[in-house]
Design a protein around this ligand. Structure first.
Ligand code: SAM
Length: 281
């Protein structure tokens, strides 16, 4: 486990992922009934963009740094940006502190909703546990996220979201995503699932799409954004999120947000986006 998210926090992929997660939670809040959120690969939750590690790559400059400076941001991004602003109260200019998925998700819960945040790395899990130690709505568990996906679902609330955001540092992560989704979906077919994946190796992405297609699971929306022309397997050109059972208004919200984000985050000509059903109803 060499992956350290601090080197990548706030980059274009975090912006895309976190904007989508915030939208999903906003849509879940349209009904009063409580919901449950499982974050299977949570990280440490709070990132210092001024740290030596973050400055070494400066990836946040091309992500949240750009979005922060952008004019005429669509209202659909307000929930996400408010979560970033909340960590940077009183400071001017680009944000220094960046919320990872568990902090973002926590901020968007209502008093009767719950979050379980899972992280395998012992140091990271300890940091995350310290972050939420006095919070009765959040439980932090140090364990394998894919085991959590099998063992913690379905939740008693019967409605909610499971976020799977693995590091993709080892071979076979796309296969683990498909297997993990299949196991979880058999237990909780009505849950919303958000699976994050990188767009680097186009053959791996095509195989992933084919495996999901063959899984028999319906209602899978694919939301993809690339900051330069994809195709070179060595270049992290974009990312996608497969959303299973998206709330019905999410697709049109994404169709507003993605062209905006694509223009703001573009790194080179050839940047683009696509929001489309991989598997419809
Ligand atoms: N979701 C976080 C966010 O958006 O802020 C970022 C997560 S980062 C991409 C992936 C995380 O998964 C790392 O913190 C890594 O330590 C952790 N990890 C790696 N393998 C894991 C596993 N099998 N189960 C749970 N966590 C794992």
């Amino acid at each position: 486990m060499n992956y350290r998210h601090v080197y990548h926090a706030g980059n274009f992929a975090d912006v895309v992922k976190h904007a989508v997660l915030a939208l999903l939670l906003e849509h879940l809040k349209h009904k009063d009934k409580p919901f449950f959120v499982l974050d299977t690969h949570a990280g440490i939750g709070r990132y210092d963009l001024a740290s030596e590690e973050a400055r070494k790559t400066a990836e946040a400059d091309g992500g949240i740094g750009r979005l922060w400076a952008a004019p005429r941001v669509p209202p659909e991004l307000e929930g996400y940006l408010a979560a970033v602003a909340a960590l940077n109260a009183g400071s001017k200019g680009a944000p220094r502190w960046y919320p990872g998925s568990p902090l973002l998700l926590r901020r968007l819960l209502r008093p009767h909703d719950r979050l379980v945040a899972v992280e395998l790395h012992p140091d990271d899990a300890a940091k995350l546990a310290a972050e939420f130690r006095r919070d009765p709505q959040v439980k932090v568990m140090q364990m394998d996220g894919y085991v959590a996906l099998k063992s913690l679902l379905p939740p008693q609330e019967r409605r909610g979201l499971a976020v799977v955001d693995p590091p993709f540092e080892a071979l076979g992560e796309f296969d683990r995503l498909v297997t993990g989704l299949g196991q979880a979906h058999r237990r909780w077919a009505t849950g919303i699932y958000a699976l994050w994946y990188p767009i680097k190796d186009m053959r791996a992405v095509a195989d992933f799409r084919a495996s999901l297609n063959a899984s028999g699971i319906r209602r899978i929306l694919s939301a993809e954004l690339w900051v330069e022309t994809p195709g070179d397997p060595e270049i992290f050109a974009g990312c996608g999120i497969m959303i299973v059972n998206p709330p019905w208004t999410v697709k049109s919200s994404l169709e507003t947000v993605f062209p905006f984000l694509s223009a703001v985050l573009a790194r080179a000509p050839g940047a683009g986006w696509r929001v489309a059903w991989l598997v419809p109803e």
